[in-house]
Design a protein around this ligand. Structure first.
Ligand SMILES: C[S@@+](CC[C@H](N)C(=O)[O-])C[C@H]1O[C@@H](n2cnc3c(N)ncnc32)[C@H](O)[C@@H]1O
Length: 320
């Protein structure tokens, strides 16, 4: 299939936020299609260096061939360990463009999208770990309800969890259409598949428009749990704080309220609890100066790339 791997969101604003020093050392912890990494490299001299992380091996199809670029196949939660391995003590800037790429949503066999009939996988790192089907078939009703409530902000999380547990007593839930049918309470039809999908053996599901919003939240919740996205973000933020030089920039693009709240609190306070510490005179004691507080994509960009609609850009500078 001739697919667009990803279109980077807020590219110009992100690069501005990084305030790139040509000889500096930078980390892009979410390489994806490489759009942001490419733009960072374009601003670096031969003495500069960029490390780009991704846990998804499919991103190898986007690798660049340049001496001052290093790809790291790994989870960014291990940022500190990888930087130790490469002998890096301090960095001038870090970019995190969180979540999944277009490729994840558009590639039926990865199971991230309810648009296609496919196995419920949703792992960004295909080399191990639990799948969405594992979660659906093994978590207790209470744990399922918690995941759907916290990560999907679904109002009827308890009812959905009950339906899932009841359905799996008859038969394990393995495929996207099975989950959609359990939640909707009725069979779901197939669309006339586009020829390239037929070649691939995948079919498109005919989902009623009214059901799409809640299904998107349900699939988002499962994806966040499968990939422990909040846990990885927490660990990466703490490591980034230690690695950044004074004057170094951290630039983060978030896509849902939960991760955005965590990033906002962290960049304001320097801790995960968001606890603001003050000195004797009432001055805020934070290792960061906030530069950008949640900028969104321009109307023009959203018209061109509707998936940039939910992006929020946050930038901070390390001060101590
Ligand atoms: C929104 S995309 C990044 C797109 C990229 N900025 C571009 O210009 O194409 C997010 C990427 O980060 C990767 N990713 C998400 N969480 C990760 C983690 N904890 N560790 C490593 N990679 C991760 C995903 O596999 C995906 O490729």
């Amino acid at each position: 299939m001739n697919e667009i791997y990803h279109i980077p969101a807020m590219l110009k604003e992100t690069i501005q936020g990084l305030n790139i020093q040509p000889d500096g050392l930078y980390v892009d912890v979410t390489f994806g299609g490489g759009g942001h990494s490419r733009a960072i490299l374009d601003q670096l001299s031969e003495q500069g260096k960029l490390y780009s992380f991704d846990q998804d091996l499919d991103t190898l199809q986007n690798v660049m061939h340049q001496d001052n670029w290093q790809f790291v196949h790994g989870n960014f939660r291990y940022l500190r360990n990888f930087m130790d391995y490469y002998g890096v003590k301090q960095i001038d800037g870090l970019l995190a463009d969180l979540g999944v790429s277009f490729h994840h949503f558009d590639c039926p066999e990865r199971g991230f999208s309810f648009r296609f009939s496919a196995p419920l996988d949703m792992r960004m790192n295909q080399t191990g770990g639990k799948t969405a089907a594992d979660i659906l078939n093994t978590y207790s009703e209470e744990d399922l309800a918690r995941v759907l409530h916290i990560y999907g902000e679904l109002k009827n999380s308890r009812q959905i969890a009950k339906k899932i547990v009841k359905a799996r007593e008859q038969k394990a839930i393995e495929r996207t259409e099975e989950l959609v049918e359990v939640v909707m309470g009725r069979p779901v039809g197939l669309m006339d598949a586009a020829p390239q999908l037929l070649d691939n053996g995948y079919r498109e599901l005919d989902i009623p428009t009214g059901a799409k919003k809640d299904l998107a939240r349900l699939f988002q919740a499962l994806r966040i749990e499968v990939n422990d996205e909040m846990g990885a973000l927490r660990e990466m933020l703490l490591a980034a704080k230690d690695l950044l030089k004074p004057g170094g920039r951290i630039v983060i693009l978030t896509y849902h309220s939960l991760e955005d709240r965590m990033v906002k609190n962290f960049l304001r306070s320097g801790n995960l609890e968001g606890k603001i510490e003050k000195d004797f005179y009432g001055n805020i004691l934070s290792p960061f100066k906030v530069i950008e507080k949640g900028m969104t994509a321009s109307e023009e960009e959203v018209a061109r790339n509707p998936r940039a609609r939910s992006a929020k850009l946050r930038v901070a500078e390390k001060i101590v």
